[in-house]
Write a protein that binds this ligand. Sequence first.
Ligand code: NAD
Ligand code: MG
Length: 397
Amino acid sequence: MPKQRITILGSTGSIGTNTLDVVARHPERFEVYALTGAKQVDLMLRQCALFRPAVVVMQNLDAARSLKEKLLAEGLAIEVRSGTLALDEVASSPMVDTVMAAIVGAAGLGPCLAAARAGKRLLLANKEALVVGAEVFMEAVRSGGATLLPIDSEHSAIFQSLPDNPETWDDRVEKIILTASGGPFRTLGLDLLKNVSPEQACAHPNWVMGQKISVDSATMMNKALEVIEASYLFGLPPERIEVVIHPQSVIHSMVQYRDKSVVAQLGTPDMRVPIAYGLSWPERIDSGAKALDFSDMSDLTFESLDDHEHEHRFAGLKLAWEALRGPNGATVVLNASNEIAVTAFLERRIRFDQIHTVNSNCLVGVPPHIPKCLEDLLEIDTQARAVASELVQKIEK
Ligand code: NAD
Ligand code: MG
């Protein structure tokens, strides 16, 4: 069997390094064509020495220069490039079969579209790309003949719980139920929520992840983005998507069928499981994850989000349904606003609870309009970022 040639967009991040861990377990199956990162030169140098890609793309120009020098000093003949065009090229090159999309934020949309249009097997961790790309993204997948496989653990769980034939989903499935751990502040007093620090917000109880998704998990905006992601991926309207809190993160999500039968996917909270599934689908390979130990699992608990305290604590979650019921452009606005607000919180410019203030005001502050192409989406994204930045500045004063 010929080896699957892979580009990993965002290889220096949490999903990127987990992907390389799975790839390293199966040298007979996979070969790395390209790695990309923003500015972590030393980690990229180590990845280059281990995986010997043909091309590396560093978003930051200084990082690209420094990496080039270090590779030369180590005698490693690897092409180093920079810029968005280079990202699009390594995502769509004829030398590549599979693209792991693990850049964080809307910055990953361009190369995702390039991979989709080139008909690649596209492993999607970068949920923001789909939230922003919406129908334009899904249309690129269809017209390019790409195979889109979800890597987000919830969406991988749903994909594993659905029938093989997507044409049957609408008819057979009543609803999909996304599980949410509730993050680090699930039981914190509401009055204390205001003053939590970025360090506390990034300390997730079950998963080790990048900073942005960790803050999103604490506000539940991660689940809001996942509701939108699920709606686009599985073609279901917002009223057929539900969220339930499940603090142990053992059930990764569920599908409820018309006859009320519920199919769930379970496993230890380890992203290598959905990554290995995406890489090997429809086969199964070793992921390196530990098996669940049912003898040690006395508690699997669930909490409703209609609970009065949770409604306040996780107010951002409702914005997903609001955005999905508006024109497509509303999900772009919500994502852009959240990226600006999370960065401002991480820079200690706004408080934790003010992330929601910015997002909810931005959603009503940007006039709705329906995007028809990528340019329209990017224009809404720019407009929403400007409005959100103004809202942050107003809070700072
Ligand atoms: P991370 O911050 O750890 O890594 C992000 C990667 O993207 C890094 O390699 C970084 O160098 C690169 N990058 C950042 N900004 C960039 C830019 N402007 N241009 C090019 N490259 C850039 O993030 P992560 O936790 O690995 O998450 C990546 C994506 O996967 C996110 O969309 C996240 O929501 C999703 N996801 C992550 C997890 C998880 O467990 N970490 C789970 C599900 C989904
Ligand atoms: Mg998830």
